[in-house]
Design a protein around this ligand. Structure first.
Ligand code: NAD
Ligand code: WQD
Length: 336
């Protein structure tokens, strides 16, 4: 790939910090841009320790055109990985305008500044949430897009915006990656999913229970039409996911236009399976109560990742056991 740095928006966050670390490990220069709304400067420091490299860290908001302009003027940026977004489904129902402002306006401002500075290579963090309730599983990229929450609709709005941009100008190289359920952590324990407040996602909640910070897991429904009655998801190790971004950048170097890829393992695990695997990996118990179903949950979701395998030459390598071991290492290190 040509020289120049990669701008990682949201680079202090969970997936962004892991991707920045993988980029650094592969020899790329990285600029982290984050407003720390859901992360911290300490997380940006930790990724530099994990990668054993210094990184330019810029505090700023992707909706702030001046802040972006300064970054593009101050650094030789050749590509952008755009992670910066709000991602809490329940909160997005309460604050739809804030979600559309942050996620959609943020993406719009970013691509405006990219265009103004002649940077036309972008990897965008989308989500399996754009599929809503899928017509069948495994989910392929061609299936209907019908998100069922405001967060998902912001992701779909960004996808549409990027699609129109690619149609308007053949110089753009845009990779849309639809992530399934990223969990796990960097093997150092330095990086991981450390949401502020009470976790809403399964894995950080289980970690908090295992660490004794929360009393019991609430399993949202054990009467689904699945083998053990709990929902099934395609959990993917965050480092595998991060590596997918490097593959996407390689793909874009050879392929102008817009490409869409699912990043998942292609296999599903139930809530009970995840809790049990975490108990085995951590040696701690994860007591639980069965609670009512959570509105909006669909019984079974998993990816067909074959397009990413064929085109990006990417495959998830780590299984559930390893995801739990690495997540636990991060939880234990954070508590120490
Ligand atoms: P995260 O909250 O840990 O990271 C997002 C980062 O972006 C945070 O550091 C936050 O401070 C920053 N940020 C938010 N708004 C910003 C703004 N306006 N300007 C600058 N920085 C801003 O979330 P994550 O799990 O790492 O998710 C990264 C991306 O992946 C998001 O776009 C998310 O929608 C997408 N995604 C996440 C998941 C998941 O389950 N974690 C699944 C699918 C897609
Ligand atoms: C997984 C399973 C819950 C918490 C979400 C977003 C999606 C994407 C990934 C960003 C479900 C159950 C959970 C708990 C539980 N994010 N659960 N008790 O809902 O598949 O996907 O994160 O794009 O858009 O919707 O992930 O981790 O919240 O839940 O029983 O305390 O665990 O019901 O079956 P989900 P999750």
């Amino acid at each position: 790939m040509n020289g120049g740095k990669i701008l990682v928006t949201g680079g202090a966050g969970y997936i962004g910090s892991h991707t920045a670390t993988e980029l650094l490990d592969a020899g790329h220069e990285v600029v982290v841009f984050d407003n720390f709304a859901n992360s911290s400067r300490a997380a940006a420091d930790a990724l530099q320790v994990a990668a054993n490299r210094d990184v330019a860290v810029v505090e700023g908001d992707v909706r702030d055109a001046d802040a972006l302009r300064r970054v593009f003027r101050g650094h030789d940026i050749r590509a952008v990985c755009h992670f910066a977004a709000k991602k809490a489904v329940a909160e997005s129902f309460e604050q739809p305008l804030s979600y559309h402002d942050n996620n959609v306006v943020g993406t719009l401002r970013l691509v405006e500044q990219m265009a103004a500075h002649g940077v036309k290579t972008l990897v965008f963090s989308s989500s399996a949430t754009v599929y809503g309730y899928p017509v069948s599983v495994p989910i392929t990229e061609n299936m209907p897009l019908a998100p069922i929450n405001p967060y998902g609709r912001t992701k779909l709005a960004c996808e549409r915006l990027l699609g129109d941009l690619a149609l308007s100008d053949a110089e753009w190289r845009i990779s849309i990656l639809r992530y399934f359920n990223p969990i796990g952590a960097h093997c150092s324990g330095l990086l991981g999913d450390s949401p502020q407040g009470v976790p809403t996602n399964l894995m950080p909640y289980i970690g908090a229970v295992a660490a004794g910070r929360l009393p019991r897991l609430r399993v949202f429904g054990d009467d689904y039409p699945t083998p053990d009655g709990t929902c099934i998801r395609d959990y993917i190790h965050v480092v595998d996911l991060a590596k997918g971004h490097l593959k996407a950048l390689q793909w874009l170097a050879a392929a102008p236009g817009l490409a869409i890829h699912n990043l998942g393992t292609g296999a599903g695990h139930s809530v009970f399976e995840v809790a049990r695997a975490f108990e085995e990996a951590s040696g701690r118990s994860v007591p639980y109560d069965v609670a009512p179903r959570r509105p909006g949950d669909t019984p079974v979701l998993y990816a067909d990742p074959s397009r990413a395998a064929a085109e990006l030459e990417w495959r998830a390598e780590h299984g559930l056991r390893r995801m739990c071991e690495d997540a636990w290492r991060h939880v234990a290190a954070s508590a120490a």
